[in-house]
Design a binder for this molecule. Sequence first.
Ligand SMILES: Cc1ncc(C[n+]2csc(CCOP(=O)(O)OP(=O)(O)O)c2C)c(N)n1
Ligand SMILES: [Mg+2]
Length: 603
Amino acid sequence: MLYSVLHLAGRYTTDDLKAFRSWGSITPGHPELDVEHGVENTSGPLGQGHVMAVGCAIAERFIATHYSEVFAHKTYAFISDGGVQEGISQEAARIAGHLGLSNLIMFYDSNAVQLSTNCDAVSNEDTAMKYRSWNWNVIECDGTDPKALADALEQALGETERPTIIIGHTIMGRGAVTVEGENFEGKCSTHGNPLSKSGADYGKTIENLGGDPNDPWIVFPEVQELYAQRAAEQRQIVAQRKQAIDEWAKQEPEAMKRLQDFIDGKVPEVDYSAITHKPNIATRAASANVLATLAEKVENMIVSSADLANSDKTDAYLKVRGAIKPHDYTGAFLHAGVSELAMAAIINGIALHGGMIGACGTFFVFSDYIKPAARLSALMELPVKFIWTHDAFRVGEDGPTHEPVEQEAQIRLMEELKNHHGRNSMLVLRPADAAETSVAWKMAMDNTLTPTALILSRQDIADLPSASGNRYAEALGAEKGGYVVIGPEKPDVTLVGNGSEVSTLVAASAILKEQGIKCRVVSVPSIGLFLNQPADYREQVIPTAIPTFGLTSGLPSTLRRVVPNGTIYGLDHFGASAPYKILDEKFGFTPENVSKMILLSLK
Ligand SMILES: Cc1ncc(C[n+]2csc(CCOP(=O)(O)OP(=O)(O)O)c2C)c(N)n1
Ligand SMILES: [Mg+2]
């Protein structure tokens, strides 16, 4: 439907439509972000599309509030039965209703048929009542009647308090007939199959719809005329809006320049080296220090948390900027409630809108709830920032449900997976101490080409040693993905890790030094980025001629790509509930035990 409407609007040629789903076409099976052709987000995973629209509507209100109402616009979204059923839709509809996003208008193609059954085989919900209970303006109409739809739209445009859902009752495969000319409407088989393979007859159906089966690509003249007329109207609307924006820009040249920079994807200058940290703090606390600075310096960033702001420390941003509230977008912090997936898809929508930066926080273990949206961030190449704290079993008392083990290996697969431009589809950073956290945030903000994940500790971490006395300058080595923290001459072994394991390796190396073993210690906050470096740099950091030993609080395989032949000590089982220092002892993550493991690996 999207392609055909955009074809009528002149965005796709008939040849583009004919090439639907074929190699190299601009009409893939599910539309992918392609603003030039009118596709404003990638869709396909049901439910996420309209949630990005919620993010877009939030971004629009933010810009209208902070700059001028000349930038105000409506956001339109489409949803289907499958979309209405997805869990993410319930999360997002609550948020949109709570905020009273009256600039959001959603069409629901309610055809009572889904992919493999009719809808009544899986649901008897009262969808209108459901949306009403979330504070939506609900309009029901005959979705096949243009006049009824236009009336519904008029009503939606007049709404000032609530988002609108227009439930249009429609007919699946409208006009489809069999070879005998019998009605073939309302059938699941027409969902994904070409008509000729669905049980309907292609030629007969085209005839039934008033077309010519020998020339089915014709657009009727009256339709062409309607679209041409509308295009002329739209050109006028655009000219008027441009004029209004120009007038505002003349009065507010500074603000316009700042906004234009954001629209162009430019990131404000921030001196990350000037951010101070108390010694030996958790990397989530270091992240809070950075966020407090960003809150002052980056006016167009919305930060969100799924009810963990005081724990993932995004509240450092909240404290400075305040929360977004119903009908009040002066704040820049979005309380998403306990809705990780919708939060992430909303942040994608905020990034898609343009002129905005989006970041969201939760516990690392709940990145599992976020992955479907993070995957779309990666595919769409959106520079969103994921702040994932409580990075390891050292969460402790909360027990195994809250202790990430396999999550880092999973999310690093996105570093391995290349996007359509051949880049790592995500930058994943697990900094080793406070200074490296400042650098990691710098890298996240400077990275305008892909999403970035920051994986941060709950527990305090000893600052890494600094030979030069300028730890921040040394931590800039993280910009190459991995770098040497301690580099003695003629080392016996290279110790590789990231996050809090690096300080454990530093402590283990001190024990081994007393036993005459010289250790090189390497921090690899981004394995994917490190592997992108030239071979001679990688060889310089992790020399192949010297034995290597990896330490990770995740699955041992997390480090396999940077420790291809050496021993890797990690966790290959779920965690347990106990104070983290006890878990470190029980799981063998003390410097004493690690030094023994290193010795063993050298034998
Ligand atoms: C998250 C997700 N799960 C499953 C699918 C596969 N799928 C595609 S469409 C669809 C349901 C189709 O029903 P509906 O949404 O009502 O669309 P209609 O057939 O009416 O156009 C399903 C299950 C998907 N695209 N995304
Ligand atoms: Mg349907």
